[in-house]
Design a protein around this ligand. Structure first.
Ligand SMILES: C[S@@+](CC[C@H](N)C(=O)[O-])C[C@H]1O[C@@H](n2cnc3c(N)ncnc32)[C@H](O)[C@@H]1O
Length: 251
């Protein structure tokens, strides 16, 4: 764990990892998105036809493409220039997705109250200043608009967490330590990169939302559905504890 890395270093690492990340992405994102995150996000969104939607931290853009195909008017931002280039290249000609490079902590190039819905999928834990991002999302939403975001579950994915295993590799239980540490830590992703994640407690997330002026509408700790378990039986172990948590809040 270390205290001296910030959002700029986190995005530098994302940028150098962008091509590898995009090469592994499917039109559903990846397996965890297909099994846990996409069904949860879409169950919370409701009808998005003709809604002005911001995909905040869009990566290579799979979710923007799904949103646009579902009839939403999509703007998508990512702070990594390489991710934005990749997303633009993958945009089908008939999908008018508007991509722009920008830091979710400071999106002054976007107008106040210009979105009905904001989705941010697995991005907020990449930010050194998550409260600033909450304030920006609040500013960008119309009154009554929703902000839906998924993050690593802060109660279970901490700077020191992981399976306790027997010598033969059998998973005994999931260990959690350093829950009350709030700050940055490094996490291997892919073969070479060590990404930066910013951990904070569930209390900090919820108080951050309340202090920004949001009303909490729903919280989901996604589990695999029967259909997904049939398709991918190894996700059975995800009934033991959740990796993700998804919030739906209203302005
Ligand atoms: C785990 S990826 C998720 C991408 C996409 N939402 C998805 O689900 O496929 C995290 C993304 O957040 C972007 N990101 C990280 N920090 C950011 C920031 N401060 N502002 C905007 N985007 C950021 C990264 O460049 C990366 O594309």
């Amino acid at each position: 764990m270390t205290d001296y890395f910030d959002t700029e270093e986190a995005i530098r690492r994302w940028d150098s990892f962008a091509n590898t990340y995009a090469n592994n992405a499917t039109e559903q994102g990846d397996l965890h998105r297909e099994v846990f995150l996409n069904p949860t996000l879409f169950s919370l969104m409701g009808d998005i036809k003709n809604k002005r939607v911001l995909d905040a931290g869009c990566g290579e853009g799979y979710l923007s493409r799904i949103l646009s195909k579902s009839g939403a008017k999509v703007t998508a931002v990512d702070y990594s220039p390489t991710m934005i280039d990749l997303a633009k290249k993958r945009r089908p000609e008939d999908e008018p997705i508007h991509y722009q490079q920008g830091n979710c902590e400071e999106l002054s190039f976007l107008e106040d109250a210009s979105f009905d819905l904001i989705i941010s999928n697995m991005v907020i834990h990449d930010l050194a200043h998550f409260e600033k991002a909450f304030q920006e999302m609040h500013r960008l939403l119309v009154d009554g608009g929703n902000f839906i975001f998924s993050i690593l579950h802060p109660c279970f994915i901490t700077p020191e967490s992981g399976w306790e295993k027997t010598k033969t590799g059998e998973k005994l239980h999931w260990n959690v330590d350093q829950y009350f540490y709030e700050g940055v830590y490094e996490q291997p992703l892919g073969d070479k990169e060590r990404m930066l994640f910013f951990h904070r407690t569930l209390t900090s997330y919820i108080n951050g939302l309340i202090n920004t002026g949001f009303t909490l509408e729903a919280v989901i700790e996604p589990m695999p559905s029967k259909e997904m378990l049939k398709k991918y039986p190894s996700f059975e172990e995800d009934f033991r504890c959740p990796d993700f948590i998804v919030f739906k809040v209203k302005k």
